[in-house]
Unconditional design. Structure first.
Length: 451
């Protein structure tokens, strides 16, 4: 009997322990599974160019908003390019609001070059990586915002400031029908945005990367003309010779900038990058090109990116005097030229030290969530954040992806599930800090004037 009751007793304890384990562990693993499953569902929607399925993405986001009791509206600045705007009204809606922005489109894929189908969003159970186009750029961030809000709502947090979440189309093709029109709209003015967050980049190190500005594109085409002649004749001022002299000059400049990066003196986003993207010359023949004729025209195209800390005017002088001088029968044009200055002539960048309270809050919130932060950076390419900075809104680029190779626009883009989950907690910390922040409004105005 004694043994029996003892056994029953230990059996009872085991059952209680098992129940406890079930109560404590299972719901959280169920919660994690549903968090990951929502991310997978979003990634499975093919929003790749040239024909992104925006409506399916919009329906998905709207269903998420409904489950979170967020207000929502669908804006179509251009037909069939929906922009979803969600709102969590703060207790003091008169305070400047917070805008969390992400784009719903992704770049195209070459599926046969992927180890996992790019729109399956399968989780590799050996390493926990989620492979999908958009896993880094930037469907992760869009859903992390929503998951952070879910956690905050579950903990009964109430924001003081209103939080807006925008899901915009077309970032990958310039954002002209998405963020650009949105940032210029009356709706945006009425939102009274005090700070916005947008995308950053993955970091292979264990620190997160924060971006306060971005380089501006100058897409340059230089053209050379010269007398045509026999392929055997040596003479001066041929179009090809003139163009080659320019290319040599561009190459020297490119090397001087790249050397600064290689020597560790400057970060990638702090130098002017110049890359030749096309060369056009020669006289076509049915079998290729005419070989015994020196052509009368030749041109080359360059993708140039200029950081707002560089002297854009002196670069333009260099182009006119060295890269495409009229003295060598050369001309040039810009296919696109974005100014690094705002309408008041100030370089377009967000304060990235203690002079910007949002920057300090962001850094503290990331550290609070056990994240590490690298040196503030200039984004090497373009994002939608530029349209908001242009309006004088402080904008910070941040995608919480540490210990992750940079695979945006690459084959086998992936994000590890642990990194994704950690990022949600980082946003919980940031939103708590941002949404609770109280500052005298005149200070905000003065601060915005300084931007
Ligand atoms: Zn992106």
């Amino acid at each position: 009997m004694t043994t029996m009751s003892c056994r029953r007793h230990s059996c009872f304890i085991s059952v209680v322990l098992l129940l406890l384990v079930l109560v404590v562990v299972v719901p959280s693993s169920v919660a994690i599974d549903s968090i990951l499953s929502r991310f997978q569902q979003y990634l499975q929607i093919d929003t790749s160019h040239p024909s992104p399925n925006y409506h399916q993405a919009a329906d998905f986001i709207l269903s998420q908003a409904k489950s979170l009791s967020l207000e929502s509206q669908t804006l179509e600045f251009v037909k069939n390019k929906p922009l979803i705007l969600l709102k969590w009204t703060g207790k003091n809606p008169h305070l400047p609001s917070i805008l969390l922005n992400s784009h719903t489109d992704v770049v195209p894929v070459e599926p046969h070059k992927w180890s996992h189908p790019p729109f399956d969003a399968a989780i590799n159970h050996q390493n926990g990586n989620i492979y999908a186009r958009g896993s880094q750029d930037m469907k992760c961030v869009g859903l992390q915002y929503l998951e952070a809000i879910r956690k905050l709502k579950d903990s009964n947090f109430e924001p003081l400031r209103t939080i807006y979440i925008s899901f915009v189309p077309d970032e990958e093709i310039g954002g002209h029908d998405g963020a650009e029109k949105f940032a210029k709209s009356k709706i945006f003015d009425e939102m009274n945005v005090g700070i916005m967050l947008d995308e950053g980049l993955a970091s292979p190190e264990d620190n997160y990367r924060l971006f306060y500005a971005e380089r501006c594109p100058m897409w340059l085409v230089i053209k050379a003309t010269g007398a045509p002649g026999h392929g055997a004749k040596l003479y001066d001022n041929t179009a090809m010779e003139n163009l080659l002299k320019s290319i040599e000059s561009v190459r020297r400049f490119r090397a001087s900038q790249f050397d600064l990066v290689k020597a560790g003196l400057k970060a990638e986003g702090e130098v002017v990058s110049v890359n030749m993207v096309f060369l056009k010359a020669g006289t076509p023949s049915p079998t290729g090109f005419v070989m015994n004729l020196q052509p009368s025209e030749a041109q080359a195209g360059f993708d140039i990116r200029v950081p707002p800390i560089a002297d854009q005017a002196s670069l333009e002088r260099r182009i006119a005097e060295e890269w495409a001088p009229a003295s060598r029968n050369m001309t040039f044009e810009f296919k696109q030229k974005v100014s690094v200055y705002d309408e008041n002539g100030k370089p377009i960048m967000t304060g990235h030290d203690s002079s910007n309270p949002w920057w300090s809050l962001l850094e503290a919130a990331i550290l609070e969530a056990n994240g590490k932060i690298g040196k503030p950076e200039i984004f090497p390419a373009s994002t939608d954040a530029r349209y908001f900075r242009l309006r004088g809104i402080p904008a910070i680029g941040f995608s919480p992806m540490a210990n992750t190779p940079i695979l945006l626009h690459d084959h086998n883009e992936f994000l590890n599930k642990e990194e994704y989950l950690k990022g949600i907690d980082v946003y919980v910390s940031i939103l708590k800090a941002f949404a609770s922040f109280v500052e005298a409004e005149k200070d905000t105005a003065a601060f915005r004037d300084e931007l």
